[in-house]
Write a protein that binds this ligand. Structure first.
Ligand SMILES: [Zn+2]
Ligand SMILES: [Zn+2]
Length: 137
């Protein structure tokens, strides 16, 4: 996705912080918290508040998505990153996060069921799993 163009179309400046945040999210294997993103920003670093504000803005713009993994903070990831659909697995013991990219998503039968019973065309879903990782099991 050409992010600069998305911002330009909305008549919003594509700042260095926004570019840096999106690049960090692009190279991340798992969703990141605002604090983690902040730590990875190049110097001179924008404030943590700026990171929060930009993430909230980019979530409203539909560029990033918030992921809730039962932590005291939210994590963020890029929408449609590398075109792959992802689910996340979190270890209840050590907090390790892994990403699975089912292709196609194994929830397809549920989506058909929702369509048949309720008439919805489901556009999107998020599903997180919690368990014990190979190290903690
Ligand atoms: Zn673990
Ligand atoms: Zn899915």
């Amino acid at each position: 996705m050409n992010w600069a163009e998305v911002f330009r179309n909305l008549k919003m400046p594509y700042t260095m912080e926004r570019d840096a945040i999106l690049r960090i999210l692009e190279s991340a294997a798992v969703p990141l918290s605002p604090r983690e993103i902040h730590k990875m920003l190049p110097e001179p670093r924008a404030s943590l508040t700026t990171v929060y504000r930009n993430l909230a803005l980019m979530e409203r713009m539909g560029i990033v998505r918030c992921v809730e993994l039962r932590e005291r903070f939210r994590r963020y990831k890029l929408v449609g990153k590398s075109g792959a659909h992802e689910h996340h697995v979190v270890c209840r013991n050590c907090g390790r996060i892994d990403t699975v990219q089912p292709d196609p998503c194994s929830l397809q039968p549920f989506l058909s069921d929702i369509h048949d019973r309720l008439g919805y065309q489901v556009l999107d879903h998020s599903l997180e799993f919690f368990g014990l990782c190979p190290m903690c099991k």
